[in-house]
Design a protein around this ligand. Structure first.
Ligand code: FES
Length: 149
C-alpha cells in the first residue's frame, strides 16, 4: 500500500508499507519525500532523532505546512487518521472541493475568513462554514484522531 500526502506542486511524503488497509498499515518499506528546504530539513532532523520509521515519530505540534503534512502521514501510518469531512465537495453553492479547502489550510489559511477569501467557500448560504471550521480544527491539531459528527 502506498500512502501519499502532498501539497500540490510543492512538498510531498510518500510511504510504501505492507498491508492494504489504511486503519492497520503494516511495516514501512520505503519513504520518498520532496519539498522546500524547510520541509527537507525538518524531515532530516526528525529522522536523525527518531529513526527511519515515521510511525514512531511524535506528532509535530507546530502548524506550518511541513508539520501538518508530517502529522497527516504519522497519523495515517498509525491507523489514526480520521479526516472530519469525507465528501469530495464541501461547499455546494460555490462547488468548492474539500481538497481545495484542505490545501488552503495546509498552506496557511487558518481561519474560516481566510479560507473563504482564498477559495470562495462559504460565500453564499454559509451552511458549509461549520465543515470548513472542522477541517481547520483538525488540521491545526485541535481534534487529533477524532471524528466530528
Ligand atoms: S454550501 Fe457553501 S455557501 Fe452554501
Amino acid at each position: 500500500m502506498v500512502i501519499k500526502v502532498e501539497l500540490e506542486g510543492r512538498d510531498f511524503l510518500q510511504v510504501e508499507c505492507e498491508g492494504e488497509n489504511l486503519q492497520t498499515p503494516g511495516r514501512v518499506l520505503k519513504v520518498d519525500m520532496k519539498g522546500c528546504t524547510e520541509f527537507m530539513e525538518m524531515m532530516q532532523k526528525m529522522k536523525r532523532h527518531f529513526g527511519a520509521d515515521l510511525s514512531k515519530w511524535p506528532l509535530p505540534e507546530s502548524n506550518d505546512h511541513s508539520s501538518m503534512l508530517l502529522r497527516e502521514m504519522i497519523l495515517k501510518l498509525r491507523g489514526e487518521w480520521k479526516f472530519p469531512y469525507e465528501e469530495a465537495e464541501v461547499c455546494h453553492c460555490r462547488t468548492v472541493a474539500t481538497h481545495t479547502v484542505d490545501q488552503a489550510v495546509i498552506a496557511g489559511a487558518h481561519t474560516p475568513e481566510v479560507v473563504t477569501r482564498q477559495t470562495s467557500a462559504s460565500t453564499a448560504c454559509g451552511t458549509c462554514r461549520p465543515e470548513v471550521q472542522k477541517i481547520i480544527d483538525y488540521r491545526l491539531g485541535k481534534t487529533p484522531g477524532k471524528v466530528s459528527a
